[in-house]
Design a binder for this molecule. Sequence first.
Ligand code: DX5
Ligand code: ZN
Length: 217
Amino acid sequence: MSEILIAPSLLSADFAVMGEEIISMEQAGADLLHCDVMDGVFVPNITFGIKMVADMRKRTSLPLDCHLMIVEPWKYVEAFAKAGADYITVHHEACGDRLGETLQKIRACGVKAGAVINPDTPVSVLEGVLPLCDMVLLMSVFPGFGGQKYIESVTEKIGQVRKMIDESGRNILLEIDGGITVSNVGTVKSAGAEVIVAGSAVFGAPDRRAAIAALRG
Ligand code: DX5
Ligand code: ZN
């Protein structure tokens, strides 16, 4: 099993002082910064977009893990790449039969590409696109808001995707996002996840460094 990477979700940050929040996450030991981009159409919430990612890029050398919760994400891949994204992940539910093409486009921009599936989407939709992925992101809540409860049935899917990745022999990171806490992170890691996204569990903690250390285990 490879090392565990912790990706605090900036959705739980104070957007009015994002620069300070990023520095706080660096000091707390974050491995990646998870940037939740929401358009109010694909999900019932709106966050930030390309300019915010470009401005974050100037403040940190941590990898920016951009989770696009937007419709027609292929239209914005190039702009997020230019803004300085290190990973761009796109939803099967937003791309439909354009998922493979969108992943290829991300890679063509020199960015690591990831496919995301919602909690009720079967892992079989990933089979055809796995060779185009540097990362697979499994949602363990329905996307849109931080602070939701982990959906238990996703644990089995982590195991299934772990097996798919291992059998492929490819170097693909398995990321999990939504409702991860110190209480359930052990289960998620044992099932095979290696990149742990956590919003409220990190930003809401009195000691953010201790929270990240505890999630890493
Ligand atoms: C949900 C986002 C998540 C979320 C995680 O739509 O994709 O990244 O911010 O937050 P917590 O860890 O609080 O569930
Ligand atoms: Zn996310």
